[in-house]
Design a protein around this ligand. Sequence first.
Ligand SMILES: Nc1ncnc2c1ncn2[C@@H]1O[C@H](COP(=O)(O)OP(=O)(O)OP(=O)(O)O)[C@@H](O)[C@H]1O
Ligand SMILES: [Mg+2]
Length: 239
Amino acid sequence: MAQIIALASGKGGVGKSTVSALLAQAMAARGHKVLLIDCDIGLRSLDLILGVDEHALFTWADVVLGRCSLQQAVMVCRENIHLLCAPLQPERALTDGVLRQLVQTCRVYDVILIDAPAGLGFGFRMAMKAAARCLLVSTPDPVCVRSVSVAARQALRLGVKDVRLLINRFDAGAAARGGLVALDDVIDQTEAQLIGVFPQEPRLFYRNANGAALRDSPVVRAAARVAARIDGENVPLEF
Ligand SMILES: Nc1ncnc2c1ncn2[C@@H]1O[C@H](COP(=O)(O)OP(=O)(O)OP(=O)(O)O)[C@@H](O)[C@H]1O
Ligand SMILES: [Mg+2]
């Protein structure tokens, strides 16, 4: 059975999709077969980030509503990284439990990463009900920290067993100048155990998040460390 991990935050634009793509590469580099599921109905982005947008024909909604097979909908982005796109618009027939049923049928994967949308609505619930573990992505600013602390409680309420905190866009210079919420305070306020810190990476924009251009970057190394921790290795925090 695959490890099923949702990435969420409550607040929008904090890097959930970017982190999902980076983590997929890190998990694939460890030899895992990874399925990314874009859960952002109407505002999907992983097809663009992974550079397969022009080939996107079917979505996971087409699979659960019987319009195509899983094999037809899954897009091969690169070796060991596959993607299921989100539907472009809401569908009445979808319930917030459908993704949970779908992931049970994706047996060939070692890791399934579910990229949740902003907010705590339908897409968030769908992702949480499907996942055993949730990585809450927070930037170190008070507005995001508050949204992540609310999202953490909701995730637990929706049955996620293991809720972890992943701090994104950390800038050591800004932190030293007192411009960010201190990491200890982010951890205290969200009440979630820290799994990793992704640095601010000026070269990171959407097309670069597919990994090809950023092999030497600290953010790629941070993703590799989080992937190792997900696999149960004891890797020290570095930032
Ligand atoms: N560590 C980082 N360093 C620099 N830029 C980053 C980093 N992480 C994400 N970004 C940038 O932040 C922006 C938002 O990222 P992304 O779309 O992944 O966020 P999101 O949380 O998925 O957004 P949404 O809530 O709309 O789904 C993008 O321009 C992305 O390149
Ligand atoms: Mg996103």
